[in-house]
Design a protein. Structure first.
Lengths: 192, 421
């Protein structure tokens, strides 16, 4: 049983005595067994993994709006969440952040990711996957997880799924994912 | 396979105390810097750790951390973004960090691209230019992190504990936000020249290179040296008092309690490992059972044996609701005294021994873990016999020896107690 489709942009701002102002944008994303899951995974790396992520480059390096920012996916079997979260630079406003953040997300809807960026994502994905399979415990856990999904051999098929994803697929996926009606936004404003 | 499993029966417990410790291959760069290679034959995953004598003890302001953070931040002909892009093109990752003693640069990738990736990173490292604008940004980021962190009672207690436990030694230095502001690019470059460029201590490499790849990577480091002489660090003069830090509006109180002990080369170290585990090192430990499970004062409480290059120490750490502070300290003392006065029941001792065997086994799972085990003893001039002795001690230790060890090394009156809240 899945939740009914979200129909509205859900926003909430809280004021709390916390040391920094934080923001969370959560987008509903595909379940584990669908191709969409793999697209969301690649997209999260491109949008916000480490210092090469587009959000980091634009909102932190270029505009100094945020102190930290990341994009990542949450989900085990059912539909999950694509999350963008971070902390505001002191003195910057949520309004400025919101505008700059949607501007970056919107570029993924209007422009396809370049061939070289896509190649980087695949290469980095290959490295990450090699590291996830280190040690007997991890291998056993991964095999069990794929067996739970229906087929232990699925673990051998993932690279093929990632490699079949093209820029156009990611652009289409971004168009469905990064829409306000698919998003829940939480701001926590520091009162200190 | 499935037909042989009877799911109504729990699998039998079999504990293997015989761990096959694998030695890495040892090579040297042309300047004699050791390169340890642990073969990873079942995977393409590669990790290279470059370790430098460039920890925070070598400078009295926070220069070491900022230097490490800017190692790949630009060269005369490449910006930080260009370096990052080039690393990304190889599917590589890197991570720089700093401890009291060392700076580390870890490189992650796959066998096929290792020589190219290492060549790229070595070049960026050797010609690092520490651009002023990157320094300004990193300082702002570090300062903001520190300010946020200073709002936490755990940080306040931890910092004060460190200051007082290692009083009079560089290990007791803590950074203030304004110290970060004062660091200059000139200081960073001088530190880099002395402690990074001429401070490469060793390289730990997990991977499966061909002969050509192996020698290409080692050749990359032919221009690196180590001329850092280890500092003669004054012995800390710990303050064994009770220190209370006030933090307005805090709902919790951070507690740190402990003493200078000894490092892993001491004959009682393995016995203390068992004592420490019973007291506070695992989820079913006495501190957790009493203060979390029974009293509900905290989400977690633990005790640890820590060490740096000059000292070993023991610490109990927790955060509790303000109203539970007094009784938490009473209960911690009761648990320590119980270890010092009563024999550990047989069943509990058997459980802790099994837990520790499991920890040792898990710690040896795969070449990456094995390399960490090797490096952790190698850096102290020890070898794998350390782990064999540990397993033997755990196997043989009696309840009486545990009591004696606790009596000798865990006297609450010798401990510094810091509370912040």
């Amino acid at each position: 049983m899945q939740e009914p489709m979200q129909q509205e942009y859900r926003t909430l701002t809280l004021k709390r005595k916390v040391p920094a102002s934080a923001f969370y944008y959560a987008f509903k994303m595909s379940e584990r067994k669908s191709e969409g899951y793999y697209m969301a995974d690649l997209l999260s790396d491109e949008v916000g993994k480490d210092k090469s992520g587009k959000l980091y480059l634009s909102l932190k390096k270029e505009k100094s709006l945020v102190h930290e920012i990341n994009a990542y996916i949450l989900g085990s079997l059912d539909e999950g969440l694509f999350v963008v979260s971070g902390k505001l630079m002191p003195g910057k406003t949520f309004e400025a952040l919101d505008e700059a953040l949607w501007a970056v997300l919107n570029t993924f809807k209007t422009e396809p990711i370049s061939a070289s960026d896509l190649n980087r994502l695949r290469m980095k994905g290959k490295t990450s996957k090699a590291f996830q399979e280190q040690g007997l415990l991890n291998r056993a856990m991964n095999l069990s997880f794929f067996q739970l999904l229906g087929d232990a051999n699925g673990i051998n098929e993932e690279e093929g799924i990632y490699n079949a994803i093209e820029s156009m697929h990611l652009q289409h996926y971004a168009q469905a994912l990064f829409t306000p009606t698919n998003c829940s936004r939480l701001f926590i404003e520091s009162e200190l | 396979m499935e037909s042989t499993l009877d799911r109504n029966q729990a699998p039998a417990v079999e504990l293997n105390q015989q761990i096959n410790y694998i030695l890495p291959e040892r090579y040297e760069t042309s300047h004699g810097i050791p390169v340890f290679l642990m073969r990873n034959e079942s995977s393409e995953a590669v990790k290279l750790d470059l370790m430098f004598d460039a920890g925070s003890i070598y400078h009295d302001s926070p220069v070491a951390g900022l230097t490490a953070g800017l190692l790949l931040a630009g060269t005369p002909d490449k910006t930080m973004a260009e370096i990052n892009d080039a690393i990304d093109d190889f599917g590589g990752y890197f991570n720089a960090s700093v401890s009291a003693d060392f700076a580390y640069l870890s490189i992650f990738g796959l066998n096929e691209i290792t020589p190219n990736l290492v060549k790229l990173i070595e070049q960026a490292l050797f010609t690092a230019s520490f651009p002023e604008d990157e320094l300004t940004q990193l300082k702002a980021e570090r300062k903001q992190n520190l300010m946020v962190s200073l709002e936490k009672v755990s940080t306040l207690a931890q910092r004060n504990f460190q200051e007082n436990l290692f009083k009079g030694s560089p290990y007791g230095r803590v950074t203030q936000p304004e110290d970060i502001d004062r660091v200059t690019r000139t200081e960073i470059i001088a530190f880099y020249e002395k402690h990074i460029k001429r401070g490469l201590r060793k390289i730990n490499w997990v991977g499966n290179p061909t002969h050509a790849q192996l020698h290409a990577v080692i050749a990359c480091f032919s221009r690196w040296e180590n001329t850092v002489s280890l500092p003669s660090v004054p012995k800390p003069n710990p303050d064994n008092s009770k220190i209370k830090i006030e933090k307005k509006d805090a709902v919790q109180t951070g507690i740190r309690m402990g003493k200078i002990l000894f490092d892993r080369s001491h004959p009682d170290y393995h016995k203390m490992t068992v004592v420490n585990t019973i007291l506070g090192e695992y989820f079913g430990s006495r501190l957790m059972t009493n203060i979390r499970e029974d009293k509900g004062y905290t989400y977690g409480i633990g005790s640890y044996l820590g060490e740096n290059q000059a000292n070993g120490y023991f610490v109990i750490a927790t955060e509790v609701g303000n109203e539970f502070l007094t009784d938490t300290l009473v209960q911690i003392n009761i648990e320590i005294e119980r270890l010092r006065n009563d024999l550990v029941p047989e069943e509990e001792l058997a459980l802790v021994k099994n837990y520790l065997y499991g920890q040792f086994l898990r710690g040896a799972d795969g070449p990456f873990s094995m390399m960490e085990l090797f490096s952790a003893v190698e850096i102290h001039g020890l070898d794998y016999s350390y782990y064999r002795t540990a397993l033997k001690t755990i196997h043989e230790i009696s309840a009486e020896e545990i009591k004696q060890t606790a009596q000798q090394h865990l006297n609450p009156n010798e401990m510094l107690v810091v509370t912040a809240g």
